[in-house]
Design a protein around this ligand. Structure first.
Ligand SMILES: Nc1ncnc2c1ncn2[C@@H]1O[C@H](COP(=O)(O)OP(=O)(O)OP(=O)(O)O)[C@@H](O)[C@H]1O
Length: 702
């Protein structure tokens, strides 16, 4: 490409032919340009000044000698030579500026013609024009000229492009159609003072498609001026109201904002209906919280058990006005379920609330036996069924008392009933219902513990009885309509470890919540916050309160101090309203006393060569139990053989029949391949459980 010669341009511009003549091919009859040829004035001044300087040399010439006045004139001119020189210099400067303005007018006219096809009536570039780039301009268009938005955009781009990359200014081009005017103004670009974090958030959001018209502003700064909060505005959409979407966006925003210098973590608060969210910092979840000795909540009907982000204390509200009266704890083996139960019960004890419990595994709650406020801990399956029935009678008696005495249910003393490992318990009841011993079968049928339990879940609240249920995995049989709306009553929920997708939906009504818990931190989980929403939390650590030397001596000095500090000096009083519960507790205590005084456990025996039937296991010898509908193909389960012995078998296929409307499980059919050609099928109803020879670990991998 040929190099441009600016000097040549100027000379042609100053002294060459008019642009109309220059640019137009002779044969074409294009409209006359608006911006006329540039007319320079400086040469007159320059010539005058030059003449003034040169005057003495002219004095001797024949011409001046001939005309006397001319000689005088030249002498006078010479005496003004310096003012004339200054005038010429000023004139040159003005001329350069005029020429620059003229150039800019020419460019604008060309740009307007090419982008809008309109020839302007007048292009005004105010004096003095910008030396480097255009300062402002006014373009008058022909009357009624129509400029389409697209053409206007092109013209604006052309104007901005011609200005080059100044980086310090930007141009605003406005079309005032009613005045047939285009106004161009230059405004300085504010320096970008945004922090790298602010820029990263804005850039990522603007580049993505998750929000429409996202804008990030700083919401708050700390005393040192460090940004600690951002407000992100967007056009509300269906997505922005969905919890799953919000969770994903929260994660992405936290990653973009990165680690904060304060060590705190990013959290978000959404207001999707108004189209904004606020990112703020909060104290990270603690890794471990020892059960505090001071009463964290003064309200004696609040049982605190965990710490959430920003040091929020989370509690189970057992008061009469609570809308979450019963508590459900879901946690795999070793997830910290027992510690949470101990926390809640020791808190209950120090707040004057007595409790009793069922522990089918015999190793979870045994340490609480004899603890202030503990009426009884029951291990035996038949006696557990008796306890549940006695609790039912107590509930009826309490309701009757309220009715007769005309008192408020809130005046009834509270009582907490704990059922740990609920599926193991119902598995045991299920086996007892098919026991060889007719008396046992009849007893279980009469006690109907599952029926009594379902009643309690729905009705115990107004009788001052609170239920604490521990399971390894959530299951529809606990929540479905078949359990009499138990879901609504177990409003206080705690899940430890990670949930399966179905489990998350059942527990939290959201397939994403409780699925990415850091399982390397013991006691980490998701719990119901005070407003009913799920929040991440760190459960308090309450050591085993068992005073037996074998257990006590395992505790560290600090753990012993926690147990000492928590144990109330005064035991909560246990008030019975029914003889059934009173007699049950008394008999259970007598049995426990006898077991302590005379109890013996056989010493372990060594395996000998004597042939044993190694394929069968003892009646109560199963490690775990899960709802039949939770069984998966390939799982090893225990089934009764013809002799009533439990044999481990592998499940071939699982067929689940569900209610068309509610999706509740109606029946589960398991087919077992026994090796031969014939497959055995076993039918389980909605609430039946299946015994496992090994602890259930499916939920951790789901
Ligand atoms: N909140 C907690 N803080 C710190 N450590 C904990 C916490 N909860 C549990 N742990 C640790 O995890 C171990 C197992 O806890 P725990 O016995 O309560 O589990 P679990 O869910 O009851 O198991 P399982 O169902 O088999 O009884 C404890 O011995 C303790 O070391």
């Amino acid at each position: 490409m040929a190099q441009r010669d600016p000097l040549k341009d100027i000379l042609i511009e100053l002294f060459g032919p008019a642009p109309s003549a220059r640019n137009r091919p002779s044969s074409q009859s294009a409209p006359e340009p608006t911006v006329g040829a540039y007319r320079t004035l400086a040469p007159v001044a320059v010539a005058s000044a030059a003449l003034a300087f040169y005057a003495p040399h002219l004095a001797d010439t024949a011409l001046t000698n001939a005309v006397d006045q001319a000689g005088q004139l030249i002498t006078t001119l010479h005496s003004y030579r310096w003012p004339l020189a200054v005038l010429a210099a000023a004139w040159i400067a003005v001329d350069i500026l005029r020429w620059r303005g003229h150039q800019q007018s020419l460019v604008l006219e060309a740009q307007l013609r090419q982008t809008t096809r309109h020839l302007p009536i007048k292009v005004t570039v105010p004096f003095p024009p910008g030396i480097g780039a255009l300062r402002s301009a006014k373009i008058r268009l022909p009357r009624g000229a129509i400029v389409r938005p697209k053409e206007m955009d092109e013209f604006t781009t052309a104007v901005r492009g011609a200005a080059g990359r100044t980086g310090t200014h930007t141009y605003t081009v406005r079309h005032h159609a009613h005045r047939d005017l285009i106004l161009i103004t230059r405004t300085p670009i504010e320096p970008d003072t945004r922090s790298p974090r602010h820029k990263a958030l804005q850039t990522a959001l603007s580049a993505g498609t998750i929000f429409k018209e996202p804008a990030v502003t700083v919401d708050s700064c700390d005393d040192d001026g460090i940004e600690i909060g951002y407000k992100i505005t967007f056009t509300p959409s269906l997505n922005s109201g969905a919890r799953g979407f919000q969770t994903k966006v929260d994660e992405a925003l936290a990653a973009l904002a990165g680690h904060h210098e304060s060590g705190r973590t990013w959290a978000t608060e959404w207001t999707p209906s108004e189209g904004y969210l606020v990112m703020y910092l909060r104290a990270p979840l603690p890794i471990r919280v020892d059960h505090p000795l001071a009463l964290v909540d003064e309200n004696l009907r609040h049982l605190p058990y965990a710490t959430g982000a920003a040091n929020l204390s989370l509690y189970w509200d057992v008061s009469t006005k609570s809308n979450k009266p019963h508590c459900l704890i879901v946690g795999p083996t070793g997830g910290g379920k027992t510690s949470v139960i101990r926390t809640l019960l020791t808190e209950a004890s120090r707040r004057g609330i007595p409790f009793l419990g069922v522990d089918p595994k015999m190793i979870e709650l045994d340490g609480l036996e004899g603890y202030p406020g503990c009426a009884a801990i029951v291990y035996d399956a038949v006696r557990s069924a008796m306890l549940v029935r006695a609790l039912h009678a107590e509930m009826m008696a309490r309701n009757h008392y309220v009715h007769v005495k005309k008192i408020e249910p809130s005046q009834l003393p509270l009582l907490i009933a704990v059922l740990d490992e609920f599926f193991i318990l119902s598995g045991k009841w299920q086996r007892l219902a098919k026991d060889e011993d007719e008396e046992i079968r009849a007893q279980i049928k009469q006690l109907d513990p599952l029926g009594a339990w379902a009643d309690l879940a729905v009705l115990a609240r107004s009788a001052g009885i609170r239920l604490l249920l521990g399971v390894q995995r959530p299951d529809a049989s606990l929540f479905g309509s078949s359990s009499g709306n138990a879901r609504d009553n177990f409003g206080t929920r705690i899940s430890l470890g990670n949930l399966s997708q179905d489990g998350a939906l059942m527990m939290w009504g959201d397939a994403h919540v409780g699925r990415e818990v850091d399982t390397s931190i013991p006691g980490r989980g998701v719990v119901t916050a005070l407003d009913g929403s799920p929040v991440d939390a760190q459960m308090w650590w309450t050591p085993n309160v068992d005073p037996h030397p074998n257990k006590w001596n395992q505790l560290s000095k600090q753990e012993k101090a926690i147990v000492h500090g928590l144990t109330p000096t005064e035991s909560p009083t246990f008030e019975f309203f029914s003889t059934e519960l009173r007699e049950f507790v008394e008999s259970e205590r007598a049995l426990a006393r006898r077991a302590r005084e005379y109890g013996d456990a056989p010493e372990p025996s060594i395996l000998t060569d004597i042939a044993t039937d190694h394929d069968t296991v003892g009646v109560d010898d199963f490690a775990d139990a899960i709802p039949a509908a939770a069984v998966t193909e390939g799982m090893v389960i225990l089934l009764d053989d013809d002799n009533g012995d439990q044999v481990p078998v592998t499940v071939d296929t699982v067929t689940i029949a569900r209610d068309k409307d509610t999706d509740d499980v109606l029946e589960t059919v398991l087919s077992i391949n026994t090796g031969g050609r014939v497959k055995t099928t076993v039918h389980f109803d909605a609430t039946e459980v299946v015994m496992l020879p090994e602890p259930d670990t499916v939920h951790t991998t789901a």
